[in-house]
Design a protein around this ligand. Structure first.
Ligand code: HEM
Length: 319
């Protein structure tokens, strides 16, 4: 093989082999130096007013990554050509934070026009949300590009349901290249944020592995046939603080979601992990940071694939 052929094949590989183009910590070091500060400052100001928005951004990032990778496809509005992911259950009525991402993107565009992807902005905003609410700070690789389409059809079946049992939850994570440890660790994100009555009523009223006093207190706010959209804290002890009390709640059978309580129900190694994180916050923080980096690296668009959207809600050719 000649050297020219080798260079040609290597170039083709760079274009067509997604795994060859890697995310890097210093991707915008020269092209957009103020990026981390812009994201940090806007997130801090927002969470000071409304801490729940941190949870909403973290959930938005998870729902983006689990549907065809972390490519900002969840941010696209519906068009004449496709129905967006945000209009699809379980995102419809649940995914929040789109306006905040718009605000950050506008400010980033002012300093660094057409340079930073919406996918990277969402990843950085989620990272800031965790740290600003008291969780670990971690470095995150950058260089993702934005999808050209959203996938209404892909949402179904990709995002795990709160009615899933443990084997189903593990299978949904394994389908993304993550294992049962990632499942237990990333579910710890439910140390912050809220859920609506209609997502956990069945667990509270019908499951047997629920502390009766806890169930009674939830039933007052979520009557059997009313208040579907009432929001209750996923971690009733410290709703807006990123800590390890979520795992303590699981051990005490005080999880709001059926899927959360499934992580402490079978006497398997999964239970042992829950016990570890309930007793050791440093272990949880270290492992959460590692799992977030793994999730944030799932199937990114890099190199020449996708684009850098000017507006996170629409692809560039639509203006
Ligand atoms: C393991 C499977 C998971 C299931 C079944 C699940 C399910 C849910 C449900 C049902 C809600 C409430 C939605 C609503 O009422 O509208 C919720 C909220 C939330 N989820 Fe998950 N989730 C899972 C994993 C994750 C992961 C991996 C993360 C992030 C790393 C995450 C972050 C969040 C956050 C932060 C909220 C609160 C959002 C807010 O307050 O706006 N979840 N989740």
């Amino acid at each position: 093989m000649t050297i020219v052929t080798c260079i040609f094949l290597a170039t083709l590989g760079l274009i067509f082999n997604p795994s060859s183009a890697q995310l890097s910590l210093d991707f915008y070091e020269n092209s957009c130096t103020p990026l981390p500060d812009i994201v940090h400052d806007i997130m801090r100001a927002t969470l000071n007013r409304n801490p729940r928005m941190g949870a909403s951004i973290l959930q938005l990032f998870f729902h983006d990554c689990f549907v065809n990778g972390c490519d900002a496809s969840i941010l696209l509005d519906d068009t004449d050509f496709f129905i967006g992911e945000k209009s699809t259950p379980p995102n419809k009525d649940s995914a929040r934070g789109f306006e905040l991402i718009d605000t950050i993107k506008s400010e980033v565009e002012r300093f660094c026009p057409e340079t930073v992807s919406c996918a990277d902005i969402l990843a950085l905003a989620a990272r800031e949300a965790v740290a600003l609410l008291g969780g670990p700070f971690f470095e995150i690789g950058l260089g993702r590009r934005d999808s050209l389409v959203a996938s209404f059809n892909s949402v179904a079946g990709q995002i795990p349901s709160p009615s899933f049992n443990l084997p189903q939850l593990i299978a949904s994570f394994e389908a993304k290249g993550l294992d049962y440890r990632d499942l237990v660790i990333l579910s710890g994100a439910h140390t912050i944020g809220r859920a609506r009555c209609l997502r956990f009523r069945n667990h509270i009223y019908n499951d047997t592995n629920v502390d009766p006093d806890f169930a009674d207190s939830v039933k007052v706010l979520c009557p059997i046939n009313d208040n579907d959209d009432e929001n209750l804290p996923l971690d009733f002890q410290t709703a807006d603080l990123f800590d390890n009390l979520y795992y303590v709640n699981l051990i005490n059978r005080r999880a709001l979601l059926h899927s959360d309580q499934e992580l402490y129900n079978y006497g398997t190694p999964v239970d042992r992990l829950v016990e570890l994180y309930a007793s050791d916050m440093d272990a949880f923080f270290g492992d959460f940071a590692d799992s977030m980096v793994r999730m944030s690296s799932m199937n990114p668009l890099t190199g020449f694939r996708g684009e850098i959207r000017r507006d996170c809600r629409r692809v560039n050719f639509l203006g």
